[in-house]
Design a protein around this ligand. Sequence first.
Ligand code: UD1
Ligand code: CA
Length: 385
Amino acid sequence: MNVVILAAGMGKRMQSALPKVLHPLAGKPLLAHVIDTARALSPSALCVIYGHGGEAVPQAVAAADLSFAKQEPQLGTGHAVMQAVPHLRDDAPTLILYGDVPLTTRQSLQRLLDSAGADKLAVLTVELDDPTGYGRIVRQDGRIVGIVEQKDADDAERAIREVNTGIMVAPTAQLKQWLTTLSNDNAQREYYLTDIVARAVADGVPVVSAQPGAVWETLGVNSKVQLAELERIHQRNIANALLEQGVTLADPARLDVRGELVCGRDVTIDVNCVFEGKVELEDGVTIGAHCVIRNARIARGASIKPFCHIEDATVGAAAQIGPYARLRPGTELAEDVHIGNFVEVKNSQIAAHSKANHLAYVGDATVGSRVNIGAGTITCNYDGA
Ligand code: UD1
Ligand code: CA
């Protein structure tokens, strides 16, 4: 299959200098979420259409398996897909995704691809209580015959609650042909991708629909309000998965995972903790309130007390850290090490059962086992001279 991701739009309502699709959700650009989901489907071609924001977009997500096509100016969703035509292989269908719709699941896309097969046009649709703003799915005798945009719709069409999410799968050779026939003779003077539905009907190509597992999978980001809403939905999904796996969360609404959090059995996490990058918490680990932990491995039975900051570090089994401890890159703590309040450790290895319980800076040090580092001690940058 080919995948085209539309990401050329402006995102004016974000009120930001950063291109819309580069705004982070769970610490990762919106567009990167869409690319990662597309990758999970193993496409033979993966093409991103960019425009607004210029080269910042391809620079932010560049990878060997991606191609980019610039759309300048932006004359509509149909015009956007036209830019991808040279990148699309005719022998496989084309899936069209939006760079500002980050939470679509692989399972829902697979369902859409399955219903499209090799030769049908398939549209991902949802029923909304308030369909305002969306393209409406027009059916006759149950069969899809067209999509009408809000601004072009009459009253009867506006009453339709089944809407186009924008995500579609089309047979590629026909798609390319249909794109050549699009016109911008409509209320917005745009080349609408949605007009390919009527072309397919005219050509006798079956048009089918599939529905996502949940409506939030199809929500797009046009404003900071919507970005914040999707962030909460995404974080709640992550929290639910952790709970189901047996992790104790003091409050699933007060957890932020911006990367990958891997937990063993009987892990407990108190409120307002942030996990970034890859974090591994082994069996029996306890994380106190208000900790920020990034790219770290915390071994079994360790206890991280409230208000700790840990980055690029490993913490040994049964260690006790904090409250108010800072572990900086290159910290390697062995079993049962105690690091207490207002202690900063950087680029240091501390062996089993050693302690630095109060007010110290341990930098660039190799500390043996059962060492007690007293309050106020500083080690740093010692070069042997
Ligand atoms: C589009 C659909 C509408 C659907 C809605 C779902 C068309 C004509 N309409 O409407 O049926 O209900 O999405 O949200 O397709 N983009 C480009 N280049 C362009 C225009 C858009 O890359 O020239 C990108 C945008 O960045 C965005 C996506 O395409 O990611 C959708 O664009 P948007 O303007 O939000 O589409 P709508 O007009 O809202
Ligand atoms: Ca939109």
